[in-house]
Each structure stands twice: as C-alpha cells, then as structure tokens.
Design a binder for this molecule. Structure first.
Ligand code: NI
Length: 257
C-alpha cells in the first residue's frame, strides 16, 4: 500500500510505447494511489483525463517554472476550471527553477509562482512545489504569500535541514524520491532521518531520478517501493510503517478520504 505523490507516467514521451504496462507494473509493486502532474497548458488536460480514467489516481495542475512564459489569462482560467474537478487535489508543480536558465526569466518565474500560490489559496488546494537551485527564494515567497494557509508538498525536496525546518514550519510535507538513495547525498539523508515521519511523503518524479539500483535508467512509478525501502532502512523502522505513514500523510495533505 504505497502512495506515489509525483509521477509523469501520464504525459512523458519516455512512456509512449509501454505506458499501460508501466502503470500495471506499478500496481503490482504496491502502488495503490498516485498523483500525476499536469505541469503546463497541454499537460493539464491530459493529467486530468488520466486521473478521471483511473479511480486510484488524482492530479495536480499548474504551470511549471520552466514553462512560466505560457502564463496568461486563458491559462489562469483553465487552471481555475480544472481546480473544480474533484480529481484535482493540488496546484502544481509550481515554483522556481534556477537551473534551466534559458527557459523562462527568473522574474517571470517568481511572478507566475506568486500568482499560482494565490490561486491555490483561492481554490483552497494544497501546493506541489518545484524548487531547483532556488531554496531561499522559494521559501521566502511561500512565506510572503502565506502558503501556510493551504500547505502542500515540497516535491523532490533538495534543501538542507535549515530549509527543511522552514518548510515544516509552513505546514508542508517533504516529498522524498530517488535522490535520497544516492551515495553522494548525505544532506538529503540527514533530512529524511531527522524530519517527523508524519510529514514525509513518497514520490518518484518518473521518468527522472531513478532510485538505486536503477540510477541513470528510466524511472517508473512502481520504483517508489525502493524509495520506501531505503527510507525504512535509514530511519530504522519497518517498510510497512513507512508505507502506512506516508500513505496516510499523502491522503491528509491532498484531502483524499
Ligand atoms: Ni515533476
């Protein structure tokens, strides 16, 4: 019984030829609930339709920071409309990406991020946050825009303990995926060891960031199982305890009964 809170299996072209098999395999590996991410104008409709076709799948909708130049009134109202769909349980992934420098200017990213936090508060949906190389600005904007009113998930959390504490103070859960299993990630492992278990949710961010022993290969939603196993080992608790706690946490933060 695993809840994968961040998968791109519905839209990514790396799953073009075998999407159904990958989804079936995830079920066999114990994924009983999942959230897919409608991360730009085109993906919104695909992700919502995918969630509607599968009673065990929900969707987030939002404009990813590298697609921030898509933002306009039509997109904003498409998001507002999608937010009314009962299968849509988060605004995301939204945030800042200071790594892909050429995709969208940083000031545009920050503006679109702020607008979408306001949209989340207006629609009373939690946020799924993308933060790449932008920890300080992401957390500052979340604080300034009072994101604590809705909370959400810091997707693929990559900050240190100081950043983690600020996110936890805002009421957010930390999304833990394949990167925690990497040998060269002592900071991420430290956070996962110290954080309260009732704020931890699991994810894959497939097809990216495969956990060990699949690092460098295509990731799939079922591999969340290896992340759960690693977290259990790291915290010295059972796999079942990790699975149950993270399943409960994801349902709570996304408002799923
Ligand atoms: Ni993602």
């Amino acid at each position: 019984m695993l809840f994968n809170t961040h998968s791109h299996v519905d839209t990514n072209r790396k799953f073009e030829s075998d999407r159904d098999e990958v989804v079936a395999r995830a079920r066999e590996m114990g994924v009983s609930r999942m959230m897919v991410i409608g991360f730009n104008r085109e993906a919104i409709d695909v992700s919502v339709a995918f969630a509607e076709r599968h009673d065990w799948v929900w969707a987030a909708v939002g404009i990813h920071p590298t697609d921030a130049l898509q933002w306009n009134d039509e997109v904003a109202s498409a998001l507002r409309r999608a937010a009314l769909n009962p299968k849509v349980r988060a605004i995301g992934e939204v945030g800042l990406d200071y790594y892909w420098k050429d995709e969208a200017p940083f000031d545009v990213q920050r503006d679109v991020f702020r607008q979408q936090i306001r949209l989340a508060r207006e629609t009373k949906l939690p946020l799924s946050i993308h933060d790449r190389d932008a920890h300080d600005d992401v957390v500052r904007i979340l604080e300034e825009e009072r994101a604590d009113e809705v909370g959400g998930i810091m997707h693929c959390f990559a900050g240190d303990w100081t950043i983690a504490e600020r996110c936890l103070a805002l009421g957010f859960c930390l999304g833990v995926g394949g990167t925690v299993t990497y040998k060269n990630n002592p900071v991420g492992q430290d956070v996962v060891r110290r954080m309260p278990l009732d704020r931890l949710v699991l994810e894959t961010d497939d097809p990216y960031l495969s956990p060990m022993p699949f690092r460098g290969k295509r990731n799939e939603p079922g591999y969340v199982k290896f992340v759960a196993e690693f977290v259990a080992q790291l915290r010295g608790i059972s796999f079942e305890e990790v699975a149950q706690a993270t399943f409960d946490n994801a349902n709570r933060v996304l408002g799923i009964e």
